[in-house]
Ligand binder design. Sequence first.
Ligand code: K7E
Ligand code: CUA
Length: 647
Amino acid sequence: MKSVLFGLIVALPLVFAQCSKKQDLGGNSEAAQKVYVAPGEHDEYYGFMSGGYSGQMPIYGIPSGRHLYTIPIFSQAPVNGYGYSEETKPMLETSYGFVPWGDAHHPELSQTEGVPDGRWIFINENNTPRIARIDLSTFKTVEIIEIPNSAGNHASSFVTPNTEYVTAATRFSIPIEDGNKDVSIDSYAENFDGTLSFIKVADEGEMSIDFQILVPGYNYDLSHAGKGPSDGWAFYTTYNTEQANTLLEINASKNDKDFIAAVNWKKAAEYAAQGKGKMVEGPHAHNTFDKKTHTATSEILNKVRMLDPRELEGLIYFLPTPKSPHGVDVDPSGRYIVGGGKLATVLPVHSFDKMITAIENEDYETIIDGVPVLNYESVIHAEVKNAGLGPLHTEFDGKGNAYTTAFISSEIVKWSLETFEVTDRIDTYYSPGHLMIPGGDSKKPWGEYLVALNKITKDRYLPTGPELFHSAQLIDISGEKMKLLLDFPTDGEPHYAQAIPAELVTENQVRFYKLDDNEHEYVTKSEKATKVERDGNEVHVYMTAIRSHFTPDNIEGIRVGDEVYFHLTNLEQDWDLPHGFSILGANNAELLVMPGETLTLKWTPQRAGIIPFYCTDFCSALHQEMQGYVRVSPKGSKTPISFGTGK
Ligand code: K7E
Ligand code: CUA
């Protein structure tokens, strides 16, 4: 089998070479009509995509494929000063200090009773393990929590049906038991462990790490929570049960089966509430953005609760699953658990009911580090045949159908949750990773469209040199046969995406911040209140912006070597009236300040002379007039502080 797969991988370039412009692209007028959103009209769905290595979350309208916005999350964003302004820098603090970049993979909407509710969207960061929460009333990142005792936070950030928890897991095992330590890498089997993490989400959304579970040293890849009958459980794929520490493409592809780990999180939560397990070292940053002060703060927490399956019964079980599974997806009924065995010939579907029976009967193959391994034959419900080569991820339409991406054979395969037979397939261009159906991993998929998130672009668009945006393809799944409607380039790498009917988000939209409610430490609520204050070599400029001037716009008495903080409050009180602020030679970025908001840019003048600043956002007919000067005098000069506008 493996040689067949490897042969196909090698043959892929040939396949691409053969793809000509002649495919049936679905580019007929019917498809055009389905995706046409007339000027001034709105899309039906918000599509939230992971930006992958951009560390951000681009948002697209569905079905038009219009790029609506990009939410800055794990990476600094010069476009609006996120991660550069004093208020937002703390969002990127970690136990390793300031980390200006991240690798985002899985956006997941908050849910109520198993259905996306439009309050928040979570997303994981894989490289320096973190989870972010975005408030969908403002599309702002309002919280980031680091996951300690974890290396590569990939199986994240999937929520339980009432958003009780967001789950996470370490992708790479590392020494964990007595903390990460200096050992030989080939002592993997002896010293390396994994962890699964459960991050509690409070009513207002605030996250805290409730507990972690110590698990065998494998790679933990993807996750999904149970629902309906399986509510209370969470499922994680593993690979590298071989425990290889080098050349994993061969050494971690040896076992015919790896595992899906099934965690009884309700039981684990009870254990945690009873104080079971032990508190261990686990330094992690918790960063929160305060709505009233428009300012983020970061704190480092040091301990987490670790539960050990060797001591606590009934926490976790392994379901043998062929072969190096990637995705794990639970169908809307909550009865079936689908593994994406990327090197498997069949698509394994486990039964939750059978799993419970096997647990009750102690139908174990063996026990590994306190984790019972259930018998494959006892838990498997069906093996879907001909589900494509290299199956990765599955979503559902809520009408009894499942859709699986096949990376190697570049297709989406539709199959029935009744007969477990393939009923349709459609080519993708090329090599889809995840796919997304609005609500497709929830209890009630909206199930009208499917978006294939492709890993390889090649010839789909006008070439842009060696680097190409990834492609997404919109497929109509409302009928019996899938139909390709549209494809469009996406920013970064859209690993996964989520979508929700627009009205669930638009009804809560904030259009501007009320100036009266602004409790920022350096807010300036009127031009009269503007001032410039020196404290040693620190200078605070309390500045305002309103069409089309800054107050003050002439500032003198600044000296080389000062640390100048421009605290800019936008006095506008209307929708879509930001003002920007930039100053020559600043070593950071601009500020883009929303109406009613205060943001701060730090500037360290290096040379004496006259330095201009200006508004970067074309805010009015006289935007080009929206400028000012700072006079910078040499170090030690006696030029007094003076400032004003129109004086
Ligand atoms: Cu790209 Cu979910 Cu990170 Cu699969 S992951 S493809
Ligand atoms: Cu304010 Cu341009």
